[in-house]
Design a protein around this ligand. Sequence first.
Ligand code: MTE
Ligand code: MOS
Length: 743
Amino acid sequence: MARTTSVGISERRKEGPEKLCGQAKYIDDHALPGCMHGVTLRSGVARGLIKSIDFEPGFPWHEYTIVSAVDIPGRNLVTLIEEDQPLLADRKIMHPHEPILLLAHADRAKAYEALKHIRVVYEKQEPVLTMEDSIALKHKIFGEDNVFKSYLIEKGDVAKGFEQARFIIEGEYRVPHQEQAYIENNGMAAWVEEDGTVTVLGSLQCPYYIHKALMKIFHLPEEKIRVIQSTTGGGFGGKEEYPSMIAGHAALLAWKAKKPVKIIYDRAEDMPATTKRHPAIVRHKTGLDKNGKLVAQDVDVIMDGGAYATLSSVVLSRGTLHAAGPYECPNVRVRSKVVATNTPPNGAFRGFGAPQTLFAVELHWEKIARATKIDSLTLRRRNLLKLGSVTATGQILRESVGASDVLERTVKDSGYVKKLKDYARWNKDKKKSCWKGVGLSLVHHGAGFTGSGEVYLASKAGVSITIDGRLQVLAASTEMGQGANTMFAQVASETLGVPYEWVEVETPDTKFVPNSGPTVASRTTMIVGGLVRRAALEMKAALSKEGLVLRTAADLKKAAKILCGSDLIRRFIVQYEKPGEIVWNDKTYKGDAYGAYAFAALVADLEIDKTTFEVKIDKITTAQDIGKAVNPLLTEGQIIGGTAQGVGYALLENAVYKDGAMVNGQFTNYIIPTSMDTPSMKVVIVEKPYSRGPFGAKGVGELPMDTPGPAIAAAVNFAAGIWLTELPLLPEKIFKAKNEAQG
Ligand code: MTE
Ligand code: MOS
């Protein structure tokens, strides 16, 4: 009999062989008969009004399908949280990559050529390009105050807390834009079926977000819209919202042309036009008693939302909820806001606001250490969250708190304490060609959506058996490299007690799978995996009611006949139910922000060349508590990949903006880490099970992105004897800071 234990084993990726053999079809690999190629005309100005659009006379326009705002049969809108972003600008221009017009031609080169023969005349307006200008209301570009959303968390009495403080330390920290840098650019194909169903196929994270958006654009009922995921070459949050825009564009062209249309962005279009991580300014004022115990934390967060609201409110929410760090303090205030600027909208990127605010709180410990003369490890040990701790939102942590475990394991395995001393001695030696540094960070990451977020989503997922005896997982959650399909099959096979190989995962296609919510917020394993487990338990109960046990292929055939009856398929679908103990108030921002938190600590060990000021990371050591690693190898892959993205954020990635537009939107000058820049890593998985997660799992997708920034900044500052508080830590910034430090 085949092995039936699966969870905790590094099963092979479900889609591994087809990716390895080049058989997986990414969107541009799909050959659609009679397909036209769609291109987008974008505004070149950051802010203004369209005066006229002129088509050059004599150009063969009759060969083209042309779509503008007036052609939209339903609403001119990219539906998300707020209804503010048009699918095609009709008059007002809010940023330099705003889509205005769409063109399709059977020949891709000719489609691009036509863009040069259209002239848009604008009445230009002065743009608002920085967070500071937006807050100062240089111009009103959104509502009364340019603020998309703001939050306030209050615990205890901050003013009283500062009265008791022996030390009060203030600091300001800044983080920049960051590009998701998925391997496959955004792309989407669309066609209209004979029965009028608008169908899109493409690279995406959230099929039902697109489904909802298309219903509004075409003013069609849900059964007349179909969204299918093609093999997706990475998303990292970057395919959470923008695919709704591209899907809308491709579908409009296809609908008007009465032919399939593909829109595939090249890198130079994808990078500047689509979403980035929100830049942020975070200010801390922290009060501590003489022993270094926190008595007050006052945190102020500002994020740059770009021109439209998109997902900014939820990115800011997560940033706000993580701003105080994984620590307990009796008096906390976090004030946050995300403001509008005339730059392309910023959006989801792995970590979703948390890497921004955790960078600040973690690096701030080094400033506190300098002022209190208590080292930052001791400070963390004295203040970290433990079982029974009360967080900034008043959440009592009742289980699965691995903060101390990951910290101690990371410190021990990295030799952090000894290295601090050794490197301090090394750096005194003027003859050495480099400075050496070591830095530490400790973070928490709320698993899944907030309590109310999951209730609102009311996700559904399930398992099914077909009449011919195939077992399938049914969910709209997408595989984008993180291992969702493998995890689903492992959870289902373990629960049903059947071999991993027996379970298939249905393609996310809104025609066949229920809405299991978006593939975001590292929620797939904990939330959707939990639903799949419940559904599998229901199937198991139905089987045992019939006296059936699935041991052999013959059992499966028998079970199929009995369970399906006269149908082709029998589905077991379950819906999310909020655990009773999770109580969260969206208005007061008090209560159980997340069901559970994952925890991670990281030590970065690096050197800085004294001639070039380049940073070379020698070693990264990280321990991460994710409840349970359903698949240890894929978990380690998530940690290594997320850490590498964090290394890029800390040291290399520098999105340069001019007049509201990214000017280095190519990999030749927007530098991300290559394998040469990715240090050797020691990864330790810590498992503090969460009783509500399937087999104890809490999720690992984003957690690893939170740790590298602050640890690397701490190490760089320690090595060079400087105080830099803004990422990325480019050699020229280190050089300048070092010169200033030496007078
Ligand atoms: N890993 C790979 N290989 N590719 C990706 O696109 N996205 C990340 C993370 N890991 C991503 C990834 C992001 S932003 C999230 S939210 C989670 O995976 C989503 O998947 P999960 O819910 O299965 O963790
Ligand atoms: Mo991830 S940023 O939540 O898609």
